[in-house]
Design a protein around this ligand. Structure first.
Ligand SMILES: [Zn+2]
Ligand SMILES: [Zn+2]
Length: 93
């Protein structure tokens, strides 16, 4: 993962691994640790908001646009994330 950078496509703010994101179910977590899937309810947030109180711009961007790095590595990572989005936790719906 050393060659992959995660940052806001709009202002270049970098997430620092803290649980800044909050799901509609009330769960707080680091959205980049799960590929934008809420660990509480399984909802996938295809858009990710930049975190104002941590120095970001508060704008929403597609989650996959946050990943930057060597093209083929990032491409592979994005495919893995998209695959994980197809797994719907049946027991929650
Ligand atoms: Zn949730
Ligand atoms: Zn931003």
């Amino acid at each position: 993962m050393d060659n992959i950078h995660i940052r806001c496509p709009k202002c270049k703010w970098k997430p620092d691994g803290k649980p800044y994101w909050r799901c509609s179910c009330g769960t707080r977590w680091d959205t980049f640790s799960t590929g934008a899937r809420c660990p509480g309810c399984g909802k996938v947030w295809e858009d990710t908001q930049c975190v104002t109180h941590a120095g970001g711009c508060s704008k929403w961007s597609p989650h996959l646009d946050w990943y930057e790095g060597l093209n083929d590595i990032v491409k592979k990572l994005k495919e893995e994330i998209k695959e994980s989005w197809q797994l719907v936790p049946l027991e929650k719906y």
